[in-house]
Design a protein around this ligand. Structure first.
Ligand code: F3S
Length: 274
């Protein structure tokens, strides 16, 4: 059996940047997980004494907090600033961008539509920057139920599929007078997705590595499954099952944007040993 890695996979620019920032802030804590990968978070804790704090009220004056890649809500940031906590911002610039757009466009009187998952931390953060009406939708049905004004500004969660974003934009443009569309989907996501699609077509088993709560990893799995029915999502080598590879000729491997290279290599080596 051959084992092939996707042409693009794993850590994106925003995650590499956040990890570097955290490694340079020894003794700090992140508010919420820095990235969606528990193994990397444990490594930062062990090697760089970067802790994880989920309770915003636990931060005290002069503590150092690293803001995670997905960003936090505006009021939470204000809360930390008011407490005189040292704030090191590792929010990915591709997430800061929609936050700024939402703030500016809502200030100009636009209704804000966000295409994404209302429960995802990135979207909670982006939404919190609106100064007016803001709606989070996942599909056209949800959009049709809204009573929007004639001026609308739209942004998308960085990890969404562009095809689905276009469907919503299409609906809005047909039904409303003024629609300002911002392409806030991240290129890193596209590149990993395109490479996963290519590789899945050439593979008879696909292994997708990443956090089970990571939105971009789950999307890679869904793309892999479209072209290769035997596709599995795992976080570490211990989850591999030998029977997945029985009778297979080509195994493809891809990994989500928060998956460290050392985890990917461990998994690749274990598959090679079968
Ligand atoms: Fe940023 Fe894109 Fe990564 S939004 S965190 S570079 S997937």
């Amino acid at each position: 059996m051959t084992i092939n890695l996707a042409e693009n996979y794993g850590f994106c620019f925003g995650v590499k940047r956040a990890i570097e920032i955290a490694e340079n802030t020894v003794g700090s804590s992140t508010y919420g997980p820095l990235i969606h990968n528990s193994k990397e978070i444990n490594r930062l804790q062990k090697d760089f004494n970067v802790g994880l704090q989920e309770d915003i009220n636990a931060f005290k004056k002069d503590d150092t907090v690293v803001i995670r890649t997905h960003g936090i809500e505006k009021q939470e940031l204000k809360h930390l600033q008011d407490k005189d906590v040292n704030i090191i911002d590792a929010t990915c610039p591709y997430v800061t961008k929609p936050q700024e757009i939402v703030e500016e466009m809502s200030d100009k009187g636009y209704d804000i539509v966000i295409f994404g998952d209302a429960e995802h931390p990135e979207i909670k953060g982006v939404k919190s920057y609106s100064k007016g009406r803001v709606f989070v939708v996942l599909n056209q049905d949800e959009l049709e139920n809204l009573n929007l004004k004639s001026k609308i500004a739209v942004v998308a969660q960085t990890t969404r599929k562009v095809e689905n974003y276009l469907k919503l934009i299409n609906y809005l443009i047909i039904n409303y007078k003024e629609v300002r569309v911002f392409n806030t989907i991240c290129n890193a996501t596209f590149e990993n997705q395109d490479a996963a699609r290519d590789l899945a077509q050439k593979s008879d088993v696909m292994i997708v590595i990443g956090g089970k709560n990571s939105s971009n990893t789950k999307q890679l799995l869904s793309i892999a499954k479209e072209y290769c029915s035997d596709a599995y999502l795992i976080e570490g080598p211990e989850e591999l099952q030998t029977q997945w590879f029985e009778g297979k000729n080509a195994c493809g491997i891809t990994a989500g944007a928060s998956t460290p290279q050392w985890v990917i290599l461990q998994i690749k080596d274990k598959i090679a040993s079968y």
